[in-house]
Design a protein around this ligand. Structure first.
Ligand SMILES: Cc1cc2nc3c(=O)[nH]c(=O)nc-3n(C[C@H](O)[C@H](O)[C@H](O)COP(=O)(O)O)c2cc1C
Length: 431
């Protein structure tokens, strides 16, 4: 978990800062937002404070009810000076969108509002995401300002080329996407943990949620999985720059932005979707809770009470991860998730790893009520061929980060093995 200070300035892309703040919160970061007075004409503070759960300040003289603290941190006993306290507590300060006006002020050291004053007081890394009309962006004044800021160690992210806010216009000036902005902050804060090298451009297939197997037209056999863990994995992989496809089975939480979603309901639908997507992916994270058995003959209509208690005959569903692991090409990483009971959890996961030919199994102990199914927190052990890595109890976003860190390592090892095998083959063939 990191503490991010996000400064929002006046431009239409301020609406995208809402998504950025949402992604950052979902990824487990504590976020404070400050705004320029002009930005309030584009997006109100209530939106940001609703998402972050923290007050949003616009003026240097405004009282901060949290006294400079970040959500989850204890507040200071005394009222500190906000522009100093907020940057002192931040791991990174990102200004997004950064208007041409604010960039000019930053380049010249102006400190005439909370966003610019905080930038001048910042010891933490400062990142800016310019967003403006392409003529404003290409103006020599803006170019010089950005060059100056770059020279002072400020990270400039984007802008991107594409559709602009002004009606019918396209060009260079569009703000970088929120997931990319978050990934840039994380890479700045934890360059080693961010693994951006391992994940950038990787195609990641994630399954999440719990399948439902029909008994009749309205009833089903389901399970308690909410999909939170899979959704956190998808969000965190996307934030690291991966291209993510999420096979979503009956999620109780919204899917993350910036990922492709394929909705499924039953184990058979999940198997079909995963089988179709698997050949194109580099990593499969099978976090969905898939039924092992389904009613063999579901009734087409609703079963009536008057008909008496029905006898359900169950049949096994396809073990899709075992099938896919058996078909994987060199370099592909296949990760299973297991819910096991009590002390035998890790041994059960290892047996699964070997029997199904997986690269890793992430196991959690479902005998505990405080973690796992349908809770925001988890505590898991990552079991690989080399050993076991327990990940202490944390929010599912933080657990997802640690799991991806382990999987990123496996991916790099497989890749270098694959390269060595290819080079050996070429040498043997005299190429
Ligand atoms: C509808 C509208 C959209 C605007 N969009 C942008 C923009 O995308 N980028 C920009 O640099 N300025 C934009 N401006 C101009 C800024 O709002 C203006 O320069 C303002 O002084 C910026 O203040 P701030 O940097 O303190 O937030 C826009 C103005 C209007 C009226």
């Amino acid at each position: 978990m990191s503490r991010l200070l996000i400064g929002v300035t006046g431009g239409i892309a301020a609406y995208k800062a809402v998504e950025l703040v949402r992604l950052a919160g979902r990824a487990g970061h504590a976020v404070r937002v400050i705004q320029t007075p002009t930005s309030r004409r584009f997006v109100g503070g209530a939106t940001f404070s609703g998402i972050t759960g923290a007050p949003v300040l616009t003026g240097e003289f405004e009282d901060d009810p949290l006294r400079g603290a970040y959500p989850g941190d204890p507040a200071d006993e005394r009222a500190p000076i906000s522009h100093l306290a907020l940057v002192a507590g931040a791991d990174a300060y990102l200004i997004a969108p950064a208007s041409a006006n604010t960039l000019a002020k930053l380049a010249h050291g102006h400190a005439d509002n909370l966003v610019t004053t905080a930038a001048l007081a910042a010891d933490c890394p400062v990142l800016v995401a310019p967003a403006m009309n392409d003529r404003m962006y290409r103006h020599p004044a803006t170019e010089e300002n950005l060059e100056r800021l770059r020279g002072r160690g400020v990270t400039i992210i984007g802008p991107a080329d594409g559709e602009l806010a002004s009606h019918g216009e396209r060009g260079l000036g569009r703000m970088a996407e929120p997931a990319d902005l978050l990934a840039a902050c994380e890479a700045t804060i934890h360059p080693a943990q961010a693994d951006s090298g391992a994940w950038l451009g990787r195609r990641v297939l994630v399954t999440a949620g719990g399948t439902r197997e029909p008994i009749d037209s309205v009833r089903y056999i389901g399970n308690r999985s909410s999909g939170r863990m899979g959704v956190a994995l998808a969000a965190r992989a996307a934030a690291r720059g991966a291209e993510v496809t999420l096979v979503a089975a009956n999620l109780a939480v919204p899917p993350p932005a910036g990922v492709r979603v394929i909705e499924v309901h039953t184990a058979a639908q999940l198997a079909t979707a995963t089988r179709e997507e698997f050949p194109a992916c580099d990593v499969l994270l099978m976090a969905a809770a898939v039924a092992d058995f389904r009613p063999r003959d579901p009734a087409a209509d609703k079963l009536r009470k008057a008909g008496g208690a029905p006898t359900l005959i169950l049949e096994p569903t396809e073990d899709v991860i075992a099938t896919l692991a058996g078909r994987r090409r060199e370099g592909q990483v296949v990760v299973g998730f297991a819910a096991e009971h009590g002390d035998a959890a890790v041994a059960g996961a290892r047996e699964k790893l070997v029997r199904k030919g997986l690269d890793a199994v992430v196991v959690n102990d479902i005998s505990r009520a405080d973690i796992g199914f349908d809770t925001p927190e988890n505590e898991v052990t990552v079991v690989t061929r080399e050993g076991e890595r327990p990940l202490p109890r944390a929010g599912k976003g933080a657990i997802a980060d640690d799991v991806l860190h382990e999987v990123g390592r496996l991916l790099s090892v497989k890749e270098s093995d694959h390269r060595t095998t290819r080079a050996d083959g070429n040498r043997a063939a005299g190429v």
